[in-house]
Design a protein around this ligand. Sequence first.
Ligand SMILES: [Zn+2]
Length: 94
Amino acid sequence: MKECEQCKNTRDNPNHYNIHSMGCPYCCARTLWKLRRWAKQYPERVSAYKARAEQLIQRLPWYGLDESYVQKLSKSDAMPVQPEPKPEKSSGKR
Ligand SMILES: [Zn+2]
C-alpha cells in the first residue's frame, strides 16, 4: 500500500484534519472517528453528523474500501492514521 499523503500530513500535524483522501481506509476511518467525537461534543448536531457518517459509509464500496475494515479502524481509541511506512529492509546481515 502506498503512503497516503493526507495520513502523512496528519501524522506531522494531528490538527490537520480537514483534508482526507477518500481512497484511503485510514482517512475514511479518521472522518468517522471525528464525526463520532463531535457528536458527543455537540449533541445538538448529532443528526447532522450521523447523516455525514452515513453518506461516507455508503460511498466506501465506490472507493473500493471494505466497510467493516473502516468501521473497525474508526472504533480505535486513538485517531486512525496510516502507520508510518517501515524503512526498506536492509540485506538482513549485520
Ligand atoms: Zn489516508
